[in-house]
Design a protein around this ligand. Structure first.
Ligand SMILES: Nc1nc2c(c(=O)[nH]1)N[C@H]1C(S)=C(S)[C@@H](COP(=O)(O)OP(=O)(O)OC[C@H]3O[C@@H](n4cnc5c(=O)[nH]c(N)nc54)[C@H](O)[C@@H]3O)O[C@H]1N2
Ligand SMILES: Nc1nc2c(c(=O)[nH]1)N[C@H]1C(S)=C(S)[C@@H](COP(=O)(O)OP(=O)(O)OC[C@H]3O[C@@H](n4cnc5c(=O)[nH]c(N)nc54)[C@H](O)[C@@H]3O)O[C@H]1N2
Ligand SMILES: [Mo]
Length: 582
């Protein structure tokens, strides 16, 4: 994020695209509500009538997969109606003139045909956005989980640049990262192309620095590593034996549920010679593991975490771990030592100190400073107490690239990779909902949450489609795509358009990723999770379906090694429709 989360409260306009804070991030949602109470206007771009849409001044209920068309359309209106910030463009940006011609094509009428949103609504949103001096664009997985995700983000940046909404309080980009410490994992270098502190593996000087710090690990590879989503390709289709993957160390990840096109993931895992799983629970992937390394959970260890707005804060151990578990860093140190690279850290602070020693952007973030200030936002370049960190990136319109200018980049909208047809007439998408967390290894082990909502999960369908199938809310249905099928429980809702359907992604039986496509964004390699063509089939014998779902669930829990005692405690009957639906 270029701004900090508390600044959301003082925005004049919040544009949320493909992001539903009330379900995903309650702390952020509270800030949005405060902003609204202070008079801010909310623009929501989402094909579903979400809680954010309900809070909004304007809801652009686009057809799924048309984000770039709508962003280019908003830019077009701002351009045509001369609502641009000429001074900011002249002083702080490059590429505006080259960018303009492509945008001129995206007239409200043209964009309306692609997105299904009336031209007046696009104009109204663009005017509200451009006339404010404090506009923020927030986005979530409804932007990134598409093959054109990174292009849309360039489009988002262009709209902020042309209106001068960078580098001041309550302006800028707000990519809302998912899990609590996903930003921290990236900070620490858990990315294929950078070392800790976002330092490129391709840069020889940086590589030399790390070779010195990590002696005798040399030479360090000059090419980036592999993205998680490309593992199947390297196992199933790699011709070069040197590049083929034989062993897979899975750490805090449940790919048998979370990766797209699960049939391929299963084939991939069954062909890998050796799998290690390091987790706090047995999850669905544990059935493929040769070795399981049990780790402590968040309440059982201390450390630092980074939130979505670059703020680093301390967490402290609340309870003593029980059983045969170790902290993640201890496990990694032991494995590394056994492999011949000794790691002799005594605690997390020593690891952190090594990280800030070799990462200029983090050099000033000492434990002592974090403790004293409560939070420190990177970049924080100096240990000196006067450097308290960075609240706003690109302050005063000075950007990070050489020359300090923001760059306009344009891309044409491209349709999604898989389209509906006669056989698969419904467009399926997915979202993260309040009731459960991620792939449910954590919240699925909490009986109270399970009693509210359990397998096989839900599929939201438009009332017209429900009627046409002669089914009703609560019925179990079979959901089928070109790649696989699963069971889910139907919910009729007018939140969504006809011929679309929505599922949440965490169910073990109602597993949406049995259905999803394997196509990836060119740059980020994020899959197009949010669009696949499906059909839904009625199951006549509902009593059989209920039993079948219960049987399949028990079978997976057994195979995944979830213990007998837990199993016995579970109520035999699956709960009926739950209160969250209403
Ligand atoms: N309770 C709970 N909270 C969570 C999580 C959880 O599992 N449970 N997961 C966490 C994680 S890891 C993440 S990443 C975040 C995810 O939270 P968000 O970033 O909000 O992502 P999603 O809910 O996946 O999708 C956001 C919205 O995108 C919309 N969408 C679908 N297709 C399109 C499209 O073509 N265009 C646009 N503009 N929108 C579209 C969906 O309708 C949805 O409302 O939530 C986090 N918070
Ligand atoms: N169709 C579809 N698919 C999606 C999505 C979608 O919207 N639609 N969303 C995607 C998104 S945004 C995400 S983030 C992924 C999530 O997918 P994953 O990251 O695969 O799912 P999690 O359940 O978060 O897996 C985390 C694992 O880490 C374990 N864990 C928790 N804490 C610790 C710890 O401290 N140490 C260790 N070692 N393990 C721990 C948990 O028990 C769990 O098994 O799913 C993606 N998949
Ligand atoms: Mo996520």
């Amino acid at each position: 994020m270029s701004l900090s989360t508390p600044e959301i409260e003082n925005a004049e306009v919040l544009l949320a695209i493909g992001y539903n804070a009330p379900a995903a991030h309650p702390v952020v949602a509270a800030k949005m509500i405060k902003a609204k109470e202070k008079g801010a206007k909310i623009i929501c771009i989402d094909p579903r009538f979400t809680e954010t849409a309900r809070m909004s001044e304007v809801h652009l209920q686009i057809k799924g997969g048309t984000n770039l068309a709508i962003m280019n359309g908003i830019a077009n209106v701002i351009l045509t109606e001369d609502l641009i910030d000429k001074q900011f463009i002249a002083e702080h940006t490059v590429g505006f003139e080259e960018w303009k011609p492509l945008i001129q094509k995206y007239s409200p009428d043209f964009v309306s045909k692609i997105t299904g949103v009336p031209p007046e609504k696009i104009q109204s949103a663009a005017r509200i956005f451009a006339k404010s001096r404090r506009s923020i664009i927030m986005w979530g997985m409804g932007v990134t989980q598409f093959t054109q995700g990174t292009d849309v983000i360039k489009g988002i940046c262009a709209v902020l640049l042309m209106t001068g909404n960078f580098g001041r309080e309550s302006t800028g980009i707000a990519p809302m990262r998912g899990q609590n410490n996903v930003q921290g994992a990236c900070d620490m270098g858990a990315l294929p192309n950078v070392y800790p502190g976002y330092q490129s593996v391709a840069d020889p000087e940086i590589r030399a620095k790390f070779e010195k710090a990590w002696k005798p690990l040399q030479p360090l590879p000059a090419e980036p590593g592999l993205q998680l989503t490309r593992v199947p390709e390297r196992v199933l289709h790699e011709k070069d034996p040197k590049k083929r993957i034989h062993a897979y160390y899975i750490f805090g990840e449940d790919p048998v549920l979370s990766d797209p096109n699960l049939e391929e993931v299963r084939e991939c895992l069954s062909k890998i010679d050796f799998i290690v799983l390091q987790d706090i629970f047995m999850n669905k992937t544990s059935q493929y593991a040769d070795v399981i390394l049990p780790a402590t959970a968040w309440s059982e260890h201390s450390g630092l975490v980074t939130a979505t707005d670059r703020s680093i804060q301390k967490i402290s151990k609340a309870i003593e771990p029980s059983g045969n578990v170790k902290q993640d860093w201890e496990i990694i140190s032991l494995v590394s030592t056994a492999l011949g690279y000794p790691m002799a850290y005594n605690n997390q602070e020593e690891i952190w100190n090594e990280m800030i020693e070799v990462s200029p952007k983090f050099a000033g973030v000492t434990y002592e400073k974090v403790e004293r200030q409560g939070i420190v936002r990177w970049p924080c370049l100096s240990k000196d107490p006067s450097d308290t960190g960075t609240q706003i990136l690109h302050k005063d319109g000075i950007f990070g690239l050489p020359g300090g200018k923001g760059v306009f980049k344009a891309a044409d909208y491209e349709p999604v990779k898989e389209r509906e047809d006669q056989e698969y007439p419904i467009a399926l998408s997915s979202f993260h909902d309040v009731g459960h967390y991620s792939m449910r290894s954590m919240s699925g082990n909490c009986r109270t949450l399970r009693n509210l909502e359990d397998e096989p999960g839900l599929i939201e369908m438009a009332p017209e489609n429900v009627k046409a199938l002669d089914i009703k809310t609560g019925d179990i249905v079979r959901v089928i795509s070109r790649r696989g099928h699963c069971y889910s429980r139907c919910v009729a809702t007018s939140r969504i358009r006809k011929n679309t359907a929505y599922m949440t992604h965490q169910w073990w039986i109602g597993a949406v990723n049995e259905l999803t496509v394997p196509y990836l964004d060119k740059q980020s390699k994020t899959p197009e999770y949010k669009y696949a063509a499906i059909r839904v089939e009625k199951i006549e014998d509902q009593a059989w379906a209920e039993k079948e779902v219960a049987r399949l669930y028990e079978e997976i829990r057994m195979k995944s090694g979830i213990d007998e005692a837990t199993r016995a405690k579970r109520s035999k009957k699956l709960p009926k429709m739950h209160s969250l639906i209403s």
